[in-house]
Write a protein of this length. Structure first.
Length: 103
């Protein structure tokens, strides 16, 4: 059984020169880092105006991150894995137990 979810891979030139896939991987990695760091910045904003400006920035970063991911997935450069139902049910059970312990 194939648990991989992907599109046909668009081949890119290999070698020392950067190709489209390399650029996109770097962009996605950078956007993920920016997103994490902006989350810290927004939680530590010193006033409401700064908070609102950070919120606009992080919203745009998240949108760009999604565009980059979708493009990588469309070109077959990003593969997802289908989780078996048993694994999903186990995780759901664990999360429900953790949630109940918070009450």
């Amino acid at each position: 059984m194939n648990n991989k979810i992907s599109n046909p891979k668009i081949e890119v030139p290999s070698g020392i020169a950067l190709n489209d896939k390399d650029y996109l991987e770097n962009l996605l990695t950078s956007l993920k880092c920016l997103s994490k760091n902006m989350t810290i910045a927004i939680s530590e904003a010193s006033n409401e105006n700064l908070y609102k400006e950070y919120q606009k920035i992080i919203d745009n970063i998240v949108k760009l991150q999604r565009v980059a991911f979708e493009l990588m997935f469309k070109n077959g450069w990003y593969t997802l894995e289908k989780a078996p139902t048993t694994k999903i049910n186990e995780k759901l059970k664990t999360l429900n137990q953790e949630f109940q312990s918070l009450k």
